[in-house]
Ligand binder design. Structure first.
Ligand code: DLL
Length: 434
């Protein structure tokens, strides 16, 4: 079994829970003493850090939200003086004010360790040449992965995002054996490889570690085929670290949460109450060894479920399912909850369409409407309106059967929907809220 840190990754649950409680108590003391936000919030609720003696006590702590992080812009959540901070990143801020995060030297070291685990689990070894096509910058993807790759001793190519022809030239001429990017960019790379008639033999790729956005099992099959790699998923978010929160092993069935560094909880997003293992809800994360910005019970807005069964790989860290998307990405169309990933599964499984799509939501009168734009596979293109219409009807039926809603299907020509070199934008919500 390919572990990076066998002792940590296969620690017996009892020892792991003891370690978690110990680290939690230290983190609670730290934030209470150093971060006014927590001291004020806990005081209002009559809580002292020494009250946390068990995991049940922990559940009394108030949640931290994205809004709290934004209100602390830029440095008010930091638990150490600036002289201890050696790196600053920020979330993209697509939903309002960006959140700024700071890392101490120890945080950067811990981060590299957690990334080394995900790379190793995904099949990367020191012999690999790893092309990082995540953006290097305030986004945590590029630099986050970079230090973990160096830690395991592989050769990192920090090409960053963009310029697809150059990416492919480097991939071929430098002999990249591993690729790190978003799954949507991986699909695009595959598409351009085909378009340029680049022979698979001229490429040395064998593994791909993808993350930073939701993607389906159907998309994995597509990427593995197009890039000729073994593809694994990994998850994280800037507010609690960046990449490195959870990662798939060779089983490719759920992502192991680095539980020596994080406590994961699943709550009902409406009531805030815990949900039983296996039920989908909002993921809440507490950091256990962060120094720069420790966070307590951070509401990620990501919808996932915990998989309590032990994994055949031997890791004892609990797994989470692939997130379905963020609770704020969930569309409610005429009362029906729709995640873009559900549409993705339908489209990717159909031969007639390419794995490229966009969902457009409008309000017409009092009704919400959903339009699904998807690209036609070249082979199925027809000049006959009737044939195209039949195909649209076929997709419409599948969507209706799977999701219970009627959508307008628009087939567009191959390669006409916008490609992203980072996170794909799948939803265009044109509803006006009065
Ligand atoms: O996307 C960190 C990251 C970089 C993770 C590289 C993995 C690889 P943010 O930009 O703060 O950080 O965005 C975090 O992206 O709350 C999820 O909604 C989504 N997300 C991240 N990874 C996955 C994944 C990085 N594997 C937000 N599956 C999170 C589904 C993901 N969604």
């Amino acid at each position: 079994m390919n572990y990076w840190n066998k002792a940590a990754e296969t620690m017996p649950r009892e020892a792991l829970e003891k370690l978690q409680l110990d680290r939690l108590q230290k983190t609670a003391q730290l934030v209470y003493q150093k971060v006014p936000f927590y001291r004020d919030l806990w005081s209002q609720n009559g809580i002292l850090p020494e009250d946390i003696k068990t995991f049940k006590d922990f559940e009394k702590l108030p949640f931290t939200t994205k809004t709290d992080m934004q209100a602390s812009y830029p440095y008010k959540m930091f638990a150490v003086p600036m002289e201890e901070i050696i790196r600053i990143h920020a979330s993209s801020g697509t939903t309002g004010q960006p959140t700024v995060v700071g890392y101490t030297r120890q945080d950067v070291e811990t981060w590299a360790e957690l990334i080394a685990r995900l790379l190793t689990a995904g099949g990367v070894t020191k012999k690999d040449i790893v092309q990082v096509s995540f953006g290097y910058g305030l986004f945590t993807g590029g630099f986050g992965l970079h230090y973990g790759i160096e830690k395991i001793g592989a050769a990192v190519i920090p090409v960053s995002s963009g310029n697809t022809d150059r990416q492919l030239q480097i991939m071929r001429e430098f002999g990249s054996t591993a690729i790190i990017c978003t799954p949507s960019y991986a699909v695009y790379l595959g598409e351009v490889i085909e378009e340029r008639n680049i022979s698979r033999k001229s490429l040395s790729l064998r593994v791909g570690c993808f993350g930073a956005e939701p993607w389906t099992e159907a998309m994995r099959v597509e990427i593995e085929k197009r890039l000729n790699v073994s593809a694994t998923d990994n998850y994280g978010l800037s507010e609690v670290m960046g990449p490195g929160v959870s990662y798939e092993c060779g089983e490719k069935h759920g992502m192991h949460i680095n539980e020596d560094s994080f406590i994961a909880e699943i709550i009902d997003p409406q009531t805030g109450q815990h949900l039983p293992d296996g039920e989908y809800g909002e993921l809440v994360i507490t950091t256990l060894n962060k120094e720069g910005i420790p966070v307590i019970r951070y509401r990620t807005r990501d919808i996932t479920a915990l998989i309590p069964e032990p994994c055949p790989c031997g890791r004892t860290f609990m797994r989470m399912t692939k997130p379905r998307g963020r609770s704020d990405d969930m569309l409610i169309i005429r009362g029906v909850n729709v995640f873009p990933s559900q549409v993705e599964t339908i489209l990717v499984e159909m031969e007639e369409t390419e794995p490229q799509y966009q969902l457009v939501v409008r309000r017409e009168g009092a009704l919400d409407t959903l339009e699904i734009k998807t690209e036609l596979n070249e082979k199925y293109f027809s000049d006959e309106m009737r044939v195209m219409h039949q195909l649209e009807e076929k997709i419409k039926m599948r969507v209706r059967n799977a999701l219970g809603i009627t959508a307008k299907i628009t087939l567009v020509e191959p390669k006409t929907l916008e490609r992203s070199t980072g996170k794909a934008k799948r939803v265009l919500d044109l509803r006006e809220y009065l």
